[in-house]
Design a protein around this ligand. Structure first.
Ligand code: CP
Length: 303
């Protein structure tokens, strides 16, 4: 089924290039409408569930804001405290019930595959807002939207993915989505945090893998947090935390006009002093999440 009314968005690989570009076009219209204060309330009278089983600031609030801008009401939870998950209710039963109260579901869950399971149970559209180390498709759409806004194109860019490429769901989705474009990729990570083989073998663009933070030719330096919460051995986390840090000094060797992106939250991998440099784009990137999530929600609820 083509992406539209009634669709789920679980993996970025669910979308063809023309569907991604259609989301961008819709997001641009919403961006203009929000800035002009003229958003049409296309979801008036509808109810959206925001089921965040795992911590979030940007994705949860921009999704709720997207629904509110479009006139929908939002119900749900942030963390499982106070829900029947604490009494032992399964994800499947929770979704079965919530699905009777709402018209669409935003879900974040710590387990890989949880969003796919939710979509199999729910009759209404399910939007994956991050499942474990697996995927974060709306993040990827806003990442690509940000690159296109910055450079006017994605084709031809050299893009470094830096940091936790093993557990970072944002870089998994992004590396796969970039198959739709002709780019050069650089995977910069500690050997223990390399891009997993199951993603690497699906990447069609040329890739250079390195441990060195060598970003001199890159247009985009996409930095990620080391995902402490995914490590089963915290000693291992202690060994690799803080291995990369973007500072104004590091950016002296960066390509003119290059940008630094990050899905956020950051810990210490981008110095606060980078915020004032012309390279910093991570806050604008997060802002674009509103327009992309409006576009996705409107697409799956209205077609
Ligand atoms: N980028 C992102 O997913 O941020 P949150 O965890 O704050 O939603």
């Amino acid at each position: 089924m083509a992406f539209g009314k009634g669709s789920d968005l679980i993996s970025i690989s669910d979308l063809e290039k023309k569907e991604i570009e259609a989301v961008f076009a819709r997001a641009k219209k919403f961006e203009d409408a929000v800035k002009a204060g003229k958003v049409k309330r296309t979801l008036e009278g509808r109810v959206v569930a925001s089921l965040f089983f795992e911590a979030s600031t940007r994705t949860r609030l921009s999704s709720a804001s997207a629904a509110n801008h479009l006139g929908a009401r939002v119900i749900g939870f942030s963390g499982i405290e106070g829900t029947s998950v604490q009494k032992g209710e399964t994800l499947s039963d929770t979704i079965e019930m919530v699905d009777k109260y709402i018209d669409a579901i935003f879900i974040r869950h710590p387990l890989d595959g949880a969003a796919r399971l939710a979509a199999e149970v729910a009759k209404h559209p399910v939007i994956n807002c991050g499942d474990g180390s697996n995927q974060h498709p709306t993040q990827t759409l806003l990442d690509l939207y940000t690159m296109r806004k910055e450079f006017g194109r994605i084709d031809g860019l050299e893009i470094a993915l830096v940091g936790d490429l093993k557990y970072g769901r944002t870089v998994h989705s992004l590396a796969l989505a970039l198959n739709h474009y002709k780019v050069r990729l650089k995977f910069v990570s500690h050997p223990s945090l390399k891009m997993p083989d199951y993603i690497r073998k699906e990447v069609s663009n040329p890739v250079a893998e390195t441990e060195r933070l060598d970003i001199g030719k890159c247009d985009v330096v996409y930095v990620t947090r080391i995902q402490k919460e995914r490590f089963s051995d915290l000693m291992e986390y202690e060994r690799v935390k803080g291995i990369y840090k973007i500072t104004p000094g590091v950016l002296e060797g960066a390509k003119k006009g290059s940008i630094v992106m990050h899905p956020l939250p950051r810990v210490d991998e981008i110095s606060r002093t980078v915020d004032a440099t012309p390279n910093a784009r991570y806050f604008q990137q997060a802002g674009n999440g509103l327009f992309i999530r409006m576009a996705v929600l409107d697409a799956v609820m209205n077609g």
